[in-house]
Design a protein around this ligand. Structure first.
Ligand SMILES: [Zn+2]
Length: 266
């Protein structure tokens, strides 16, 4: 403990106050407990995404620049509203929800990065969101129990952060492609409760299809969990480095909340 204080005290005060503020990333492993999510011979979605999320959280925490917080650390059920509320209460800078996909066609494959949308989604993402949302569809937004002004401010933040969420999703997609050049990737919008309820820029990743026998086989291996955690971690780092290069900081992320959505994706 003493040595930590010694290091901190050597830094100029301004540098200490700006550099030592860690970037807060809330990582949300989907499902858990009685809710297993997608299942296959290779395992359950709830187990696979917990593993990837834990590796990712450890790697980010080792870097010192980040504070990674998991919405669940064990195989337990956590309400979607609780997951968003946790991110909002911790004042997360970024939120990433990790899932594995499933489709009636066993040939469906690849990785999808979803950003929050309340706009008319395509049929496919609506179907997926309904499956991921389960019974929580009606609680999207989750601003009950708040004062009106708080709710309005949070809504404005969510709207402006949709643009930042797109930048974040694209950074994740780039790092994913570097790590897995052969994989199909796509950035899309979807009405996922857990994203719509979260104020911070947020992305939901469907890492691969458990319904695809070859992807399910990959998802059963710890080497795949490590590579996927690396790809997501690199994407988060790349996104934050890019903010630094533009001379933006966590504060400008916060200030960006009232920018108009000029290039809203369709
Ligand atoms: Zn899921």
């Amino acid at each position: 403990m003493l040595s930590i204080f010694a290091v901190v005290s050597l830094l100029p005060i301004s540098q200490a106050s700006s550099d030592l503020r860690r970037f807060k990333v809330v990582i949300d492993p989907g499902h858990g407990g009685h809710d297993k999510g997608a299942t296959s011979d290779g395992g359950t979605e709830s187990d696979v995404v917990l593993r990837i999320s834990q590796i990712l959280a450890n790697r980010l925490n080792e870097k010192g620049r980040f504070e990674a917080i998991l919405t669940r650390t064990t195989d337990k059920a956590v309400d979607l509203r609780e997951r968003s509320a946790m991110a909002n209460k911790k004042r997360a800078d970024l939120f990433v929800s990790i899932h594995a996909n499933s489709h009636v066609s066993p040939s469906a494959r690849g990785t999808e990065f979803y950003i929050p949308s309340q706009l008319s989604p395509n049929e496919e993402s609506m179907f997926l969101a309904e499956r991921e949302n389960g019974l929580a569809m009606e609680v999207a937004g989750g601003s009950e129990n708040q004062g009106d002004l708080d709710a309005i401010v949070e809504d404005l933040q969510r709207t402006a952060n949709a643009r930042v969420s797109l930048d974040f999703a694209q950074a994740l997609e780039r790092s994913w492609r570097r790590k897995f050049p052969a994989r199909k990737t796509k950035v899309q919008q979807g009405p996922f409760s857990v994203l719509l309820g979260t104020v911070a820029p947020s992305v939901l990743i469907e890492v691969a299809y458990l319904s695809n026998p070859s992807e399910a086989q990959e998802l059963s291996q710890s080497s795949t969990h490590n590579s996927m955690a690396d790809a997501i971690g690199d994407g988060i780092e790349g996104f934050v480095e890019n903010l630094d290069k533009k001379g933006r900081s966590r504060h400008s992320l916060e200030n960006a909340k009232f920018e108009p959505l000029a290039n809203e994706p369709h």
